[in-house]
Design a protein around this ligand. Structure first.
Ligand SMILES: Nc1ncnc2c1ncn2[C@@H]1O[C@H](COP(=O)(O)OP(=O)(O)OP(=O)(O)O)[C@@H](O)[C@H]1O
Length: 473
């Protein structure tokens, strides 16, 4: 069987050729797209192995014509551009397999053998348009490569995915990427944080309820499963789900249908399930806190997200990425020197990418100079939580405070307005109640709102006006 190898790095080409020839393949070699197209005209090959960055163009970009003229030819892509974008473009162009460089030569040979054995059959993945640009995941470390490869494997199917990783490692972002790049991208992406919903409401949140199902059920409510019809349901913090809800979730997954609380009708589920947790579920199963059968249902395709400290080589790219995002949100445009990036890479980042992101936003806001060097960075790393108090670039504007608040809290889409107003009201009421010594009538007059409105908001926001009473001295 003959293999066509397109690789402009002479030493890599020699290694691959030798390994394939040792396996009995006949290898034709060239180093450009033009060479590839010429060789393809000359004879039939059992597989094409190609690099991406070639002297005369992009080996993935130009695959469209090859796939059109040789629809059965399996294509294996080798790439040093180890981004999710490359992995996804490879998958979209119908690649049989994608190998980020450096790769394991034995694994490559095994894959070529497998691909050549299948050539003549229709490609597993159809030819489609290229995925959109601006993919959200940053990082080219080896451990993120493994994540990207897993992502590309679940884009064209509805297998249940379980994303595991510490808090702030990007689990929700990965779930969104699977949805946006996958075949359900035109449907809704519905995220539910199962830890944030009170235990007695979780079933109604997930499955919906009929009018009158329980006290307070004044109208029929469509649950998240139904809201996600045609799209993806992301069940975050699955390890915090109460037992009873776990049982109902398992039943729904087993039967492929749900029943609203208080309802009789069975509603078919048409949603892809992606679950995530930062908990170690196995000890929870042993302790009887998580259902083993549910675990096996969810854990069809596990994706492990590495902690940031395990992929410190991604930190400079992430830091630059967040500086660009911060500038886009109205914070000053800053740059980090190489030494500053090295210093950032040496930090433990226990809160993972989220902590790094928040730190970079704070840095963008508070740094004195536009170019931030290691010396300027160090004091902020030592006392990050007190950094706001540092007498640096003057007072923070309200716009900047809003950008910082959004970056730090990241309220879910659809809840931002209420969450932001509540976050603004709390310090505002606290300030005015402080001025009036806890006198609510006076505070309401100063604020220009109704006294009962103020009283209700104080209860909602858990502000105790007695706390501000002036005690006689
Ligand atoms: N690889 C990445 N590239 C760019 N941004 C990232 C990456 N990973 C995480 N982030 C950002 O870090 C923040 C935290 O990510 P995310 O909310 O997805 O984490 P999580 O693992 O779901 O956290 P939790 O377990 O606390 O819910 C988000 O702002 C996200 O956009």
């Amino acid at each position: 069987m003959s293999i066509l190898l397109v690789e402009d790095d002479e030493s890599i080409a020699i290694v691959i050729t030798a390994a394939l020839e040792a396996e009995g393949f006949d290898v034709a070699r060239c180093d450009s797209i033009a060479g590839r197209d010429r060789l393809l005209l000359e004879r039939r090959y059992s597989a094409l192995v190609t690099d991406v960055m070639l002297t005369d163009g992009d080996g993935i970009e130009s695959l469209g014509q090859v796939r059109a003229s040789h629809p059965d030819l399996p294509v294996i892509i080798l790439s040093a551009q180890n981004t999710l974008d490359t992995a996804v473009r490879a998958s979209d162009k119908g690649a049989f397999e994608y190998f980020p460089k450096p790769f394991d030569i034995d694994e490559l040979v095994r894959t070529v053998r497998q691909a050549a054995g299948q050539s003549g059959q229709a490609g597993a993945i159809g030819l489609e348009d290229e995925a959109g640009q601006g993919l959200p995941l940053v990082g080219r470390s080896a451990s993120m490569q493994a994540v990207y490869r897993m992502i590309t494997r679940v884009l064209r199917n509805d297998l249940t995915v379980l994303i595991l990783g510490e808090s702030g490692t990007g689990k929700e972002l990965v779930a969104e990427a699977i949805h946006q790049l996958g075949h359900r991208q035109h449907g809704p992406f519905v995220a539910v944080n199962t830890a944030a919903i009170p235990a007695d409401l979780i079933e109604s949140e997930l499955f919906g309820h009929e009018k009158g199902a329980f006290t307070g059920a004044v109208a029929r409510h469509v649950g998240k499963f139904e809201q996600a019809a045609g799209g993806t349901l992301f069940l975050d913090e699955i390890g915090d789900m109460p037992m009873q809800a776990q049982t109902r979730l398992l039943r729904a997954l087993q039967s492929g249908s749900i029943r609203r609380v208080g309802g009789r009708e069975e509603v078919r589920i048409d949603t892809r399930i992606i679950a995530a947790t930062n908990k170690d579920l196995e000890p929870m199963i042993a302790a009887g806190q998580f259902r083993e059968d549910l675990y096996y249902r969810l854990n069809v395709v596990p994706i492990h997200l590495p902690a940031l400290r395990e992929r410190a080589d991604d930190i400079p790219a992430l830091a630059r990425h967040f500086l660009v995002l911060a500038a886009g949100e109205g914070l000053p445009r800053r740059q980090l020197t190489e030494e500053a990036l090295i210093l950032l890479s040496q930090q433990p980042w226990r809160g993972n990418v989220r902590e790094l992101r928040n730190f970079i936003y704070r840095l963008a806001l508070l740094a004195r100079e536009d170019i931030i060097d290691a010396a300027a960075l160090e004091p902020m790393l030592i006392a990050p939580s007190r950094a706001e108090e540092a007498p640096t670039g003057g007072p923070v504007s309200l716009e900047q405070a809003v950008a910082l608040w959004l970056a730090a809290h990241q309220p879910a889409a659809g809840t931002i307005y209420d969450a932001a107003l509540a976050a603004f009201e709390k310090p505002l009421f606290t300030e005015i109640l402080g001025q009036t010594g806890g006198n609510q009538l006076r505070a309401a007059q100063i604020l220009g709102i109704n006294r009962n409105t103020l009283r209700k908001r104080l209860v909602d926001l858990a502000i105790d006006p007695d706390h501000f009473l002036r005690r006689p001295v």
